[in-house]
Design a protein around this ligand. Sequence first.
Ligand SMILES: [Mg+2]
Length: 413
Amino acid sequence: MLSHASWSSFLRASSRRSLFFTPPSYLAANVATNTSPSLRRSFQTETTPPSYPEFAFAFDIDGVLLRSSDPLPRAHEALSYLQSQRIPFILLTNGGGKHELDRVSELSEKLSVPLDTSMFVQSHTPFADMDEYKGKTVMVAGGDEDRCRIVAEKYGFKNVVTPADILAAYPDIWPFSRQLLPYYKAFTRPLPAPIDPSSPSTSLKIDAVFVYSDPRDWGLDLQIIKDVLLSQQGIMGTLSPKNGDASLPNKGYQQDGQPPLYFSNPDLLWAAKYHLPRLGQGGFREALEGVWAALTGGEKGGVQLQKIVMGKPHQPTYEFAEKRLVAHRKKLLSQFDGSLGHLKRVYMVGDNPESDILGGNSYRSPLGTDWVSVLVQTGVYVDGTVPAHKPRKIVGGVYDAVSWAVQQEHWKS
Ligand SMILES: [Mg+2]
């Protein structure tokens, strides 16, 4: 897996693409009108467009298909049309907090279209493949109550601890959430081991920290994650003697076997029911970065917060999504079997220039598929402003995005 630093340099190195389409090669068939009948026949045979779509869609959800939990206008029509045409699509969201099965059935109902988990990638879906941590003790932060713990368990993680479990066992760890204990006690569980710094070998040890979804109790989660990152080998209650050692890389911070820290979603803002965008998981990460810098001296002092950030716009999330999309397309168009050609284009339809558009523009497909960014005006991006990252096309809503793309493809319904 690429480190965050490698992703960032990858994204910086990405060059701009042309803003214009090259017409599909089969349009060249018109040229054959002035050629001899035999040549025309062979030209037409070779260049007849395939009867299956060579393109597909990836839709963001919040601000594209739904606004908070309400369907956006014509979202149903857009997806129904694609399904009637057997044009493949997946849903690619930085949202999360529920298992894929639950989220998909909810979406199916809201949008009145049949969907299944093979067409769905949410922020924490790639965590499901991290088998190396499944037998270890991991901390899962974020989401309503302990739903993200349940998601992690469904992915196969055996020992999942939440910051609230730790608070319930040791309320002194974060006195400012003491008044929330009656709420937390409804869903917290006993810790698998006590916090006992006098006996590190039997004390609670965290082997990986995952932020699955937006933390609800930022203060508690900041405090506990900070404690883990400053500990010795992830053993709760300890403090690494290497912290601040200028002779070590990163001044000794996160150099003592502390667990890796994963974020599933980089979005600073997202479109909710309120009329102005709300802070997302990226806001929580910035808060942690700020606290970390204040504690360690930060980047000015040569100290970084070492973490791995997944979700759009990062390359690994798009790679994961593309694999899902290719597999889904193969299944959907199984009648073409061996004759099914390469997926040439994917239209990435999103409302957030920082995630959907930047991700679509900078993604380099290992399969050579062209990702075309399309920005809608039903979410974070507001008409009349300049998007931070320029899309290939700006349209009103999701139905307009589909209409424009099928027109570009000269798809005959
Ligand atoms: Mg969105």
